[in-house]
Design a protein around this ligand. Structure first.
Ligand code: CP
Length: 305
């Protein structure tokens, strides 16, 4: 593949070999000297039209650990503010001869459209409610480190499924890897097409979490909701916030995940987020490793001459 636009279209073996490559990158990141020269001479540009803490900084570190030159395009001070379009911005940056372009955009499909206008490799860092493929890969890696397998696992993804690119990419990835995926949300936040993706849908946390091996919590994406449909935080926490009582429905050895950013006291109790069951910080560490692996895999398809 020249681009990574989504999990859709990736085969099981391709995902597993990216996870294996990520383990090597994680080992590299634990060394005192974290730097290699795999991407020496290559240029990576981060182009984020939506806010990010984890994804943008981990792509920057991943590129630098592999020896690439990394440039972060600052959208608030760019000519986007003077009316330049997404495509004109991308074509302009493309003329500076980057090898890899990492793009986050609020519109589903925008990153794929952009990939058709440039001649470098494009990585989707999240497009609207569509896909966030590197998040699903880092989640799969974290699950595999704890559970050693995917077949036979029950993964419950809970919260604002309707607006979540993280849920969508994880459903595609975990289904391909052989896990059983459940989604748990109030009916208004389940999304229209979710059952077509091959998941079991629940509106009760106790039923959805019953005997789950992995509990993945999601943030309410208020920025993608009409204001009249935003639930009250107190009521949402009562029914859907992960606390010790709800987590007791899952298996005793279930791990708790969250892609971040998290809203403590809304979708997750602070005590659970900080408990030994939580692998949230490990997800962040694996995020750098997975992004290193993705950059290395795409770099193999870049022209050498
Ligand atoms: N999980 C995730 O994509 O986090 P950021 O929005 O901080 O990049």
């Amino acid at each position: 593949h020249r681009h990574l636009l989504g999990i859709e279209g990736l085969k099981r073996d391709e995902i597993l070999s990216l996870l294996d490559l990520s383990e090597q990158a994680a080992a590299q990141s634990r060394r005192v000297d974290k730097k290699s020269s795999d991407l020496r001479g290559r240029t990576l540009i981060n182009l984020f039209f939506e806010a990010s803490t984890r994804t943008q900084s981990s792509f920057e570190l991943a590129g630098k650990r592999l020896g690439a030159d990394v440039m972060n395009m600052s959208i608030p001070t760019s000519s986007i503010k003077k009316g330049e379009t997404l495509i004109d911005t991308a074509v302009t940056l493309n003329a500076m001869r980057p090898d890899l372009l990492v793009v986050r955009h609020h519109a589903a499909g925008a990153v794929e459209l952009l990939s058709q206008k440039v001649d470098c490799s494009v990585i989707n860092a999240g497009d609207g409610s569509h896909e966030h493929p590197t998040q699903a890969l880092l989640d799969a890696l974290t699950i595999r480190r704890h559970k050693k397998r995917f077949e036979g696992l029950t993964v419950a993804i809970c919260g604002d499924i309707a607006h979540s690119r993280v849920a969508r990419s994880n459903i595609l990835s975990l289904n391909t890897l052989g896990a059983r995926v459940r989604v748990v949300a109030p009916s208004t936040l389940l999304g229209e097409d979710v059952e077509r993706l091959g998941v079991e849908a629940f509106t009760s946390m106790h039923e959805g979490l019953k005997d789950a091996d992995v509990v993945m919590m999601l943030r309410l994406q208020r920025e993608r909701m009409a204001s009249s449909l935003i639930p009250s935080q107190r009521e949402y926490f009562h029914f859907y916030g992960l606390d010790a009582e709800k987590l007791a429905s899952a298996r005793e050895d279930a791990i708790v995940m969250h892609p971040g950013p998290m809203n403590r006291g809304v979708e997750i109790d602070a005590a659970i987020a900080d408990s030994p069951r939580s692998v949230i910080r490990e997800q962040v560490e694996m995020g750098v490793a997975v992004r290193m692996a993705v950059l290395q895999a795409l770099a193999r398809h870049l022209p050498n001459e």
